[in-house]
Design a protein around this ligand. Structure first.
Ligand SMILES: [Zn+2]
Length: 466
C-alpha cells in the first residue's frame, strides 16, 4: 500500500516539475530573435539571441532557444532579423534648445550667442517652454535610439518632469552662472535651488539630479568651490563645460597662471565624480590630470565642427585612461540629436585629424555611445551594456533598408551605415517606450501643436531684432 502511495507521489511531483519547466520562470519581457550586440567586456555578439527582463533589470542574456525554454514572458518583443543593442547615451546636451533649432547658423560663437540665443532665451525660456522643448527632444531622442541623456539647462525641474513622463533616463543639472540666467539672478540662488532639486529627485528610477556649474570662465572661484562642495555633500555628480574654445583657455591661462584643468583640479572640482563636456584644448599634463582624477569627458563632434571649436584629442585621452562619452550638444548648435551621426563623425574626425584610417575603429565609436559613455558618467554598474543585473535599457534596430544591405560586419554597419531612423523599438528601465517606430509615452500630435506655437513666438522675437 505504502509503495503504491510513494510511487503515486513521485509521479505527481514529476508531472508538476515537467509542467513548471514547460511554463518556465516568469519574466516581464523577452526580447527575442535578433542579433544581440552586448557591448560587455568580451564584446559578445549573439546570433538569434534574446534578452530577458524582470522589472527594471536584465535577468538573462543568451540564445533565443535557451531563453524561450527557461522563461515564460508576460510581453514579447520580436526582433528577428534585427539588431538588439544597449540604449545609446547622449552624454551632453541642452534638450529644450530644440525649440531654437536652426534659428541662426554659420556664425561665430559670440555672434550666435549674443545676437540670437541670449535674446531669445531672455524672452521665451520659461518653465513651460523648457517642458515642451524637452518633450520635443525626448521624442527625437527616443526615436533615434537614445535611452539616457545628460542635460544642462534652466528650469531643470521641468526637464526632469518631461523626461520622466516620456520614460527617458536623464542626468539633469541646473546651469549655475555668475550672471543672471532666465531663472536665477545670482549663483547663490542657483546653488540653493540645486540642493532642493537634488533632494526632490534623488532616488527616482529615471532621474539623476546633478550639480552643473557652467564653466571655469563663467563661474567665480567661490561659485566653483561651492558647487564642488554641494556635489560632495549630496553625492550628486558634477557636470561642467571644459576647454571648448581656444580663446577661453588662453584667457584662463593668463588669468589663473595655469590651465583651466589644473585650476579646476586645484579648486577640488575633480574630487567629486565629474563629467566634463568638450575637452578640446588640453595639453599632455591636463590629460594625465583628468585620468588621475577619474574625470569623464564628452566628445561632441558635430558641435565642435560646426562652431569650428577644434578637434578633441579622443585617442590620447582614452590612451591616458580617461573614459570618453559622446554627445550631441544642443539642437541649436548641431542641429539634431542624433547619436548614430555622432558615432559616424567621431570615428571619421579622429581618422582625418590623425591621418590614420585605423584610428577610432567602429567598435570603439559604438563603445563611446554605450558602455564607455556609461563609465564616463559613473553609471557603468547600471547602464551601457546588455548584462545581467543592469537596467533594461535596449533598442531594436532594423537592418534591411537599402542603405543597410548587404550586411557583413556588425560594428561597421552600426556606425557607418545605420541611421537613427532605423531604430524601431526601445525599452527603457524595463518599459517599452517605442514600438513599431511609435513613441508610446508621448502625445505626438499635441506636442507638434505646441512646437508650432513656440515657433511662431520665436519668429516674432527674431523679427523685432534690429
Ligand atoms: Zn554644451
Amino acid at each position: 500500500m505504502l509503495r503504491t502511495w510513494l510511487s503515486l507521489l513521485a509521479l505527481v511531483i514529476a508531472a508538476a516539475l515537467l509542467l513548471a519547466c514547460a511554463r518556465g520562470e516568469p519574466v516581464d519581457l523577452l526580447v527575442t530573435g535578433g542579433t544581440v550586440v552586448t557591448m560587455d567586456a568580451d564584446r559578445r555578439v549573439i546570433e538569434d539571441g534574446a534578452v530577458a527582463v524582470r522589472g527594471e533589470r536584465i535577468v538573462a542574456v543568451g540564445s533565443a532557444s535557451e531563453l524561450n525554454r527557461r522563461y515564460r514572458a508576460r510581453h514579447r518583443l520580436q526582433a528577428d532579423g534585427r539588431l538588439v543593442l544597449p540604449g545609446l547615451i547622449n552624454a551632453h546636451t541642452h534638450a529644450a534648445m530644440s525649440l531654437y533649432r536652426g534659428v541662426a547658423d554659420d556664425l561665430d560663437l559670440e555672434e550666435w550667442l549674443q545676437d540670437y540665443i541670449f535674446p531669445l532665451e531672455a524672452k521665451l525660456t520659461t518653465p513651460e517652454s523648457v517642458y515642451w522643448g524637452t518633450k520635443l527632444a525626448a521624442l527625437e531622442m527616443i526615436r533615434g535610439g537614445i535611452t539616457t541623456f545628460v542635460d544642462m539647462y534652466y528650469f531643470e525641474d521641468k526637464v526632469a518632469e518631461a523626461s520622466a513622463e516620456a520614460g527617458l533616463r536623464v542626468v539633469a543639472g541646473e546651469t549655475i552662472l555668475d550672471f543672471p540666467s532666465p531663472d536665477f539672478k545670482t549663483p547663490a540662488e542657483a546653488l540653493r535651488w540645486t540642493e532642493d532639486f537634488i533632494n526632490r529627485w534623488q532616488g527616482h528610477p529615471l532621474v539623476i539630479p546633478a550639480v552643473a556649474p557652467h564653466s571655469a570662465y563663467t563661474c567665480s572661484r567661490e561659485t566653483l568651490q561651492a558647487a564642488a562642495e554641494l556635489a560632495r555633500r549630496t553625492g550628486a555628480p558634477l557636470l561642467i563645460h571644459l576647454a571648448e574654445s581656444k580663446l577661453t583657455v588662453d584667457q584662463g591661462r593668463k588669468k589663473y597662471g595655469q590651465s583651466p584643468v589644473a585650476y579646476l583640479a586645484e579648486l577640488g572640482l575633480f574630487d567629486v565624480p565629474t563629467l566634463a563636456a568638450h575637452c578640446i584644448w588640453l595639453d599632455e599634463q591636463d590629460q594625465i590630470l583628468l585620468a588621475e582624477k577619474g574625470v569623464g569627458c564628452v566628445h561632441n563632434p558635430t558641435s565642435n565642427m560646426k562652431l569650428a571649436s577644434g578637434v578633441a584629442p579622443v585617442i590620447a585621452l582614452r590612451a591616458a585612461g580617461v573614459p570618453v562619452g559622446l554627445g550631441t550638444d544642443g539642437a541649436a548648435s548641431n542641429n539634431d540629436l542624433n547619436l548614430f551621426e555622432e558615432m559616424d563623425l567621431a570615428a571619421k574626425l579622429q581618422k582625418l585629424s590623425s591621418g590614420d584610417p585605423k584610428a577610432l575603429p567602429a567598435a570603439d565609436a559604438l563603445a563611446l555611445a554605450t558602455v564607455e559613455g556609461a563609465r564616463a558618467l559613473g553609471l557603468e554598474q547600471e547602464i551601457g551594456s546588455l548584462e545581467v543585473g543592469k537596467r533594461a535599457d535596449l533598442i531594436v534596430v532594423q537592418r534591411n533598408a537599402p542603405h543597410a544591405i548587404p550586411f557583413y560586419d556588425v560594428y561597421a554597419q552600426i556606425v557607418y551605415t545605420l541611421k537613427a531612423s532605423d531604430v524601431v523599438a526601445s525599452v527603457i528601465n524595463g518599459q517599452v517606450v517605442l514600438q513599431d517606430g511609435r513613441v508610446l509615452t508621448l502625445d505626438e500630435a499635441a506636442l507638434r501643436q505646441r512646437v508650432a506655437e513656440y515657433a511662431r513666438a520665436v519668429r516674432a522675437v527674431l523679427e523685432e531684432q534690429p
